[in-house]
Write a protein that binds this ligand. Structure first.
Ligand SMILES: [Zn+2]
Length: 80
């Protein structure tokens, strides 16, 4: 039951060089907008779809899409 080898999965976690879209978008924003986005990402009452819509309205260089936001909030990306 517990003898499944998970090493291939564990090896990819935090793979260097991989950057999540959320962190790239955060880096491209000015400090005011970045702080607002960080706060929204941490607020459970803010829906991921709402974050995508608001960030799109800000007109970022790199468009932020739903899946990276969802993965980032679920802690499934390589951000700290
Ligand atoms: Zn992330």
């Amino acid at each position: 039951m517990t003898s499944v080898d998970l090493s291939e999965f564990l090896a990819v976690a935090g793979r260097p060089g991989y950057q999540c879209r959320v962190s790239l978008v955060l880096a491209s924003l000015d400090s005011d907008h970045a702080a607002r986005l960080r706060a929204a990402l941490k607020a459970p009452e803010v829906q991921s779809a709402a974050i995508v819509r608001i960030v799109a309205k800000w007109g970022t260089v790199l468009p932020l899409t739903y899946n990276p936001v969802r993965r980032h909030r679920a802690g499934e990306c390589s951000c700290e």
